[in-house]
Ligand binder design. Structure first.
Ligand code: C5P
Length: 301
């Protein structure tokens, strides 16, 4: 995430993520699933604007949303919203009485597997820790992030890439030795993470392992080798729940990409491209195919 101070306001650009590999290793006693996944941060960003309010203002957290991602469901503004939950959790745990106005400009699609809500909530933890001078350590912020969801920890320290294990909240940062370029297609219909994991469980699917070879090819391999390691254990289950996904993946595999896959639990899919120019050209072409929303993006925090 990138921060910009403007008088008493703090502006934050929050990136999204793609899962280049996602191995589901099994169901845990707490109902979650044990994962091994490589996430990369990409520059399809939301923007959050934070301003502390005087104590006399009523609501502790006042969220407004400017929606720029057509097709998103209405974003909740109350305690169902992960941004509001992050701010309220900070107030409670630090026994602080700050009041804050937060303006969200939403570009990252919802129910897409791109971690938009998690990235926004992680930015809220970091921004309010600074703005309200709460002085929480990095370890304390990570503990709150893990409480709020499985993907927040990845965004907290702005790593360009990381292997994430356990529920997804344990991180091992990775270097990217070159920028990566993608075309992303998000079908009009989304997918619920919980339902996709449940469907995976019904099938008792064999445990594929893509992450180790993906990490190796990120470190030393060619773009072709990297492409050969891209895989997601949840894709088959997600396709059963959302037929639009099969169409998008079929069309992407026919386009001139090195590899195509779903990110997270869907429903957005990506194609790995050879260059930013190729990604842009392909995005322009795919926009005419009526598959959903299309972006060309590159890695970056
Ligand atoms: O943690 P998060 O709120 O993103 O997860 C949403 C849902 O996805 C969980 O309630 C759970 O059903 C499922 N999930 C899972 N295993 C994970 C992450 C998420 O089963 N590692």
């Amino acid at each position: 995430m990138r921060f910009l101070h403007r008088d008493s306001e703090l502006l934050v650009h929050t990136p999204s993520k793609l899962n280049l590999s996602l191995d589901v290793l099994g169901r845990r006693p707490d109902g979650y699933h044990e994962l091994e996944t490589v996430m990369v941060s990409v520059r399809l960003c939301d923007t959050l604007n934070f301003r502390l309010l005087p104590a006399s203002d009523a609501a502790p957290v006042a969220l407004t949303v400017h929606e720029l991602a057509p097709g998103n469901h209405a974003i909740p503004l109350g305690a169902d919203n992960l941004i509001v939950r992050a701010a309220l959790l900070l107030r409670e745990r630090t026994q602080s009485d700050f009041r804050v106005r937060i303006e969200l400009t939403k570009r990252i699609p919802s129910e897409a597997g791109m971690g938009g809500g998690s990235s926004d909530a992680a930015a809220t933890l970091v921004a309010l820790n600074a703005l309200a001078e709460l002085r929480l350590s990095s370890a304390e912020l990570h503990a709150l992030a893990a409480e709020l969801g499985s993907d927040l920890n990845f965004f907290l320290d702005s790593w360009p890439a990381a292997t994430c294990t356990s529920r997804g909240e344990h991180l091992s940062p990775l270097e990217l030795n070159r920028p990566l370029h993608f075309v992303i297609v998000k079908p009009p219909t989304g997918l619920s993470t919980g339902k996709v994991f449940a469907r995976w469980g019904e099938h008792n699917q064999p445990h594929s392992r893509a992450t180790a070879s993906l990490v190796q090819s990120l470190r030393t391999g060619s773009l072709q080798e990297l492409a050969g390691s891209i895989a997601n254990s949840l894709t088959a289950s997600a396709c059963e729940l959302n037929p639009d996904l099969t169409t998008v993946l079929n069309q992407l595999s026919r386009a001139d990409v090195l590899a195509s896959e779903m990110t997270g639990s869907g429903s957005a899919c990506f194609g790995l491209c050879r260059s930013a120019r190729q990604a842009q050209r392909l995005a322009n072409k795919l926009r005419h195919w009526n598959l959903g929303q299309v972006w060309a993006v590159s890695t970056g925090v």
